[in-house]
Design a protein around this ligand. Structure first.
Ligand code: OGA
Ligand code: NI
Length: 336
């Protein structure tokens, strides 16, 4: 099993540890473009329209894109630039940060969970905890030299976006705007810079296989030049073309649980291609470890019983990382 990064390493063919059995391959030619991804304009003055669009998207798709989202173009451009610079560093430099221990709060790793998985994925990633910044920033990479400044600014801006989305999501469920945020407590924030090198045999493997995100809300910045994100809708995989100036937002498992199953933590995956490396930057808002994840009464009273057991986020997260991605939705393990 590969335990080393793949960015900056030359491959003439796909190493066997990355090859999926035939039935599990991505079947790229069968994947259609999704031409009607909901795009929500957060700059729109009509709040009730924004809330309705978000609610409909969370129900129907579990994901949507946002424009006029308040995160500055400068913060976006700079983080993409610094991420490219980081993955272009020499392998020896990057390997100083390598770890396959998911409990580390800063690590460069590869694939998904190399200690648990049987087939590897064509991805390297740098994963950072980023809230509170003063606590975690000192352990972040100091090369490239602008890394800390650029990433901290991006994280601060994205956090605000995440909160305003959670308020709208809360309202769209008929709850008070602060209701979900209050349940989630003092939220943690993680950032993953994903780098998918050009792959000699993209039909045989994944950048990331199908998964749902275990956290509350994910804000994904996609490479504008290179597509690769697929989302499962009505049993079919759809390709999400990068939209300039937009973030892709997806509901994580915790919001599915808090909505009592009304909203959908969407299955998604990343595929790779033979020509170009692809980069994405995922920001995850995570409930406080001790947050009790239990749907508000307004969503469970009357006819509707609690779909899920109560759990703390720490319990859930432990369960998520104890497995690999080749299994059922982690929330299924917490069903009543
Ligand atoms: C993730 C993820 C998709 C992508 O990091 O959880 O789903 O396009 N990334 O990189
Ligand atoms: Ni994901």
């Amino acid at each position: 099993m590969a335990a080393k990064v793949i960015s900056g390493v030359q491959f003439s063919s796909l190493p066997s540890s990355y090859i999926r059995p035939e039935s599990e391959r991505p079947k790229l030619s069968e994947v259609a473009d999704c031409n009607n991804v909901p795009v929500v304009d957060l700059g729109c003055q009509d709040r009730s329209l924004v809330v309705k669009q978000i609610g409909d998207a969370c129900k129907e798709y579990g994901f949507f894109q946002v424009i006029n989202h308040g995160v500055s173009k400068e913060a976006v451009d700079k983080i993409l630039e610094v991420a490219h610079e980081f993955f272009d560093l020499p392998v020896e430099e990057k390997m100083k940060l390598y770890s396959d221990d998911p409990s580390k709060t800063m690590r460069l790793s590869t694939s998904f969970n190399v200690k648990k998985e049987t087939v590897n994925n064509w991805r390297d990633y740098l994963r950072l905890h980023c809230y509170p910044l003063e606590k975690y920033m000192p352990e972040w990479p100091s090369v490239p030299p602008s890394f800390k400044e650029v990433v901290s600014r991006y994280c601060t801006e994205v956090r605000q976006l995440g909160f305003s989305l959670q308020e709208a999501i809360s309202e769209s469920l008929g709850l008070d705007k602060d209701c979900l945020k209050n349940i989630l407590g003092e939220q943690g924030q993680h950032l993953a810079m994903n780098y998918y090198p050009a792959c000699p045999e993209p039909e045989l493997t994944y950048g990331l296989p199908a998964h749902t995100d275990p956290n509350a809300l994910t804000i994904l910045l996609q490479d504008l030049q290179v597509a690769g994100l697929h989302v499962l809708k009505d049993g079919k995989w759809l390709a999400i073309k990068p939209h300039p100036d937009a973030f892709v937002i997806n509901i994580g498992d915790q919001l599915q649980a808090l909505s009592n199953g009304k909203y959908n933590s969407v299955w998604h995956r990343a595929v790779v291609n033979a020509d170009k490396p692809r980069l994405s930057v995922a920001s995850f808002l995570c409930p406080c470890d001790t947050a009790k994840i239990i749907a508000p009464e307004a969503l469970t009273s009357g006819e509707e019983r609690n779909v899920y057991k109560d759990f703390t986020y720490a319990e859930y997260y432990q369960k998520f990382w104890s497995g690999n991605l080749d299994r059922e939705h982690c929330l299924e393990l917490f069903k009543n």
